[in-house]
Ligand binder design. Structure first.
Ligand code: CTP
Ligand code: MG
Length: 229
């Protein structure tokens, strides 16, 4: 019997304001390639991934197909225009998944150093029946809630805190219905798992990877390049 299909959505439609480049962040150079090409190669090469849909900024569909050709990414089924927020970009890409897609892994193009082993850990979590699977790392800083006036109102108990990464995995239908249920709250979601949590689903953690950092600022880009070696 054929295994249930697992697809990847790579969200690459952000503008990259904090990076401050002359182009959208995903299309910024990363060594010989671009940030988006680096992570697409990893999903392309993972044997458990059946297909990929990429959300790109309006007008970047052609750039994306050139990149796909360049890296020989035959699994990329579509490049769709993203939305105004990350979650809306995910929703646009989700609408393009084929009916055969049972699980989906949603990944930020801003994390170029995702590796095979991390993708496999998320897929194993899904096979165990969770509604959502997130790669997580312990938090080393103490985290506080601070008001607009700079006054601290709360300090969180660090031992129970985790910093979560992507790829985050879901049964496609779970993510679809969580997005529908979110309604007007959708735009505010900074990750997909929070939508599943809000809908009452069970999200589990698998071991994250410190190398799988998110490129937000120019300093992050330099550090990611160093890590890439
Ligand atoms: N993203 C997206 N569509 C949006 C906003 C973000 O597809 N409307 C994607 C980004 O391309 C990125 C990921 O979501 O891969 C995480 O977002 P973030 O790191 O915030 O990237 P940007 O929004 O591009 O950066 P900034 O917030 O600095 O503008
Ligand atoms: Mg952003």
């Amino acid at each position: 019997m054929r295994a249930l299909e697992t697809w990847a959505i790579v969200v690459a439609a952000g503008s990259g304001e904090r990076l401050g480049s002359d182009r959208p962040k995903a299309f910024v150079k990363f060594g010989e390639r671009t940030l988006v090409a680096a992570c697409l190669e990893t999903f392309e090469e993972h044997e458990g991934i059946d297909g990929i849909v990429v959300a790109v900024p309006e007008g970047f569909e052609t750039d994306m197909s050139l990149i796909a050709d360049d890296i020989g990414a035959g699994k990329i089924a579509a490049a769709v225009p993203g939305g105004a927020s990350r979650a809306e970009s995910v929703a646009n890409a989700l609408a393009c998944l084929p009916g055969s897609a049972h699980f989906v892994l949603v990944h930020d193009a801003a994390r170029p150093l995702v590796d095979d082993a991390l993708i496999t850990r998320v897929m194993h979590g899904l096979a165990e029946g969770a509604d959502g699977v997130v790669p997580a790392l312990p938090v080393t800083d103490t985290v506080k809630r601070v008001g607009p006036d700079g006054a601290v109102s709360e300090t969180f108990e660090r031992a129970s805190l985790r910093a979560v990464q992507t790829p985050q995995g879901f049964p496609v239908e779970r993510l679809r219905s969580a997005i529908e249920q979110a309604g007007a709250q959708l735009a505010a979601a900074t990750d997909c798992a929070s939508l599943i949590e809000a809908a009452g689903g069970r999200v589990i953690c698998v071991q994250g990877d410190p190398r799988n950092m998110k490129v937000t600022t120019a300093e992050d880009l330099a550090r990611a390049l160093e890590l890439a070696g």
